[in-house]
Design a protein around this ligand. Structure first.
Ligand SMILES: [Zn+2]
Length: 445
């Protein structure tokens, strides 16, 4: 007897769709049956007319704990994830202190224990002195983050030699290296003035240079590398021409696909982040890449700040804390691009579930509803709409840049390893069901 059977839906995978009844046992997908095949289960649910999606995997989230819990914490951030259909998120290391050692990673795991509403993998930062790298990788982080610009000196790998050295160190450790592409030599450290000065201080050329240098470094070091948030036409053009030179993947965010620098006039601080929003031409180039399948991963760069921090008066636009919430709205914002015809549902699953799972070494459990995978299941009703609103946001940030956006399709139900964690606008009252997960295998769809 199965624990659960969901009947009457269409299953969406990165590879396509399938009419099947989905059976769950022991927290995993136990069988995909031809529709209406007799099967006994403790719980049988009809989900006629709905889609079943594998839970989304958000590869770029800042949960802010430890040290910055007035912005977000493990409980609030993973509640937001659960309500948005992100059943796995990968937490970035730039908290206070940064996660860069055995001690700091173990402390993070200790703090997270019992407070996670979705599954979480941890990412660690590579120090320039690479202290603790070997030992910390034995704890199975899902990535090692390598920063090429805009970070404290202890983490800065700003020359090509340093970058190649870093990738050579990470390569034998069987963990993905992630590079935030930039070029410190082209950035202005502390621009004063308004939006225009901030934009000028973070030119597309710096991103494109970072992408080119990272691909060349990955080729030289024979390393697997994922490129973090990218959003310029020049960066995408560079990626388009050079990506075949090494085992690399690339990521962008919903906000960069939806907003341009013109939106600062209305949304100001709420939209301030790095990289900055860019021109309509940049946004269109990014959208074209999305349509073409050139984007491997869409992740949110969920980086909340307290309302008061965003609202405070700053001497220059650059001084406003960078980042915005997003983990709760990943599915809804990407459904917008399904509605516009830019992508289809399998492409959404490829970029927001299958590829991040496989690339970050958790593809044996996540990113698919194939038999044996974790039963992280989203029920999406295409007959209903979603209206994104400030009021429904569970992040400590207390707002969403996508307030007022209406998209066809509504997430009605979320299962995490077979456990019901969200339904009809409400999180389940039961204890947090999330777990800490580590990298276990590698590859890409
Ligand atoms: Zn980030």
């Amino acid at each position: 007897m199965f624990d659960l059977v969901l009947r009457g839906a269409t299953i969406v995978e990165a590879s396509g769709t399938l009419r099947a009844d989905l059976c769950v046992s022991g927290g995993r997908v136990a069988a995909l049956l031809d529709p209406e095949t007799p099967a006994t289960a403790k719980i049988e649910r009809r989900v006629d007319g709905c889609y079943l999606l594998p839970g989304l995997v958000d590869a770029h989230v800042h949960l802010r704990e430890p040290g910055l819990t007035y912005k977000e914490d493990f409980a609030s951030g993973t509640r937001a994830a659960a309500a948005g259909g992100v059943t796995t998120l990968l937490d970035m290391p730039t908290d206070e202190p940064w996660t860069d050692s055995v001690e700091s990673l173990i402390e993070k795991q200790r703090l997270a224990e019992g407070r996670l509403h979705v599954d979480v993998g941890f990412q660690v930062a590579l120090r320039r002195d690479a202290r603790d790298l070997l030992a910390v990788c034995a704890l199975h982080p899902v990535s090692v983050e390598v920063f090429t610009a805009d970070v404290p000196a202890a983490y800065l790998h700003d020359t090509q030699a340093l970058l190649i050295h870093a990738l050579n160190l990470v390569r034998p450790l069987d963990v993905l290296a992630c590079v935030s592409p930039g070029d410190q030599s082209l950035l202005e450290a502390a621009p004063t003035g308004g939006v225009d000065a901030f934009l000028a201080s973070r030119p597309p050329l710096a991103e494109a240079s970072g992408i080119a240098r990272t691909i060349l470094a990955a080729a030289e070091a024979n390393a697997r590398v994922h490129l973090r948030q990218t959003n310029s036409a020049l960066g995408i053009a560079t990626w388009r021409r050079m990506r075949g030179l090494a085992d690399t993947s690339i990521e962008t965010t919903p906000q960069c696909l939806l907003f341009t620098a013109d939106d600062y006039a209305e949304r100001g601080a709420d939209l301030k982040a790095s990289p900055p929003m860019r021109s309509a031409e940049d946004r269109d180039a990014l959208l074209a890449a999305l349509r073409e399948g050139l984007i491997d991963i869409v992740a949110t760069d969920h980086a909340p700040h307290a309302r008061a921090e965003k609202r405070a008066h700053y001497g220059s636009f650059a001084d406003i804390p960078g980042g915005m919430p997003g983990v709760q709205t990943l599915l809804a914002t990407m459904l917008h691009f399904v509605a516009t015809g830019d992508i289809d549902l399998p492409a959404l699953i490829r970029m927001c579930s299958a590829n991040p799972a496989q690339r970050f070494g958790i593809g044996d459990r996540k990113g698919s509803l194939a038999r044996g995978r974790d039963a992280d299941i989203l029920v999406l009703d295409p007959r209903l709409d979603t209206r994104i609103s400030h009021a429904e946001q569970l992040s400590r940030a207390g707002y969403t840049p996508f307030d007022g956006m209406q998209v066809p399709g509504r997430l009605t139900t979320v299962f995490l390893r077979g456990v019901l964690i969200y339904e009809e606008g409400q999180l389940a009252a039961s204890a947090p069901a999330g777990a800490i997960i580590g990298a276990s295998n590698h590859g890409i769809a």
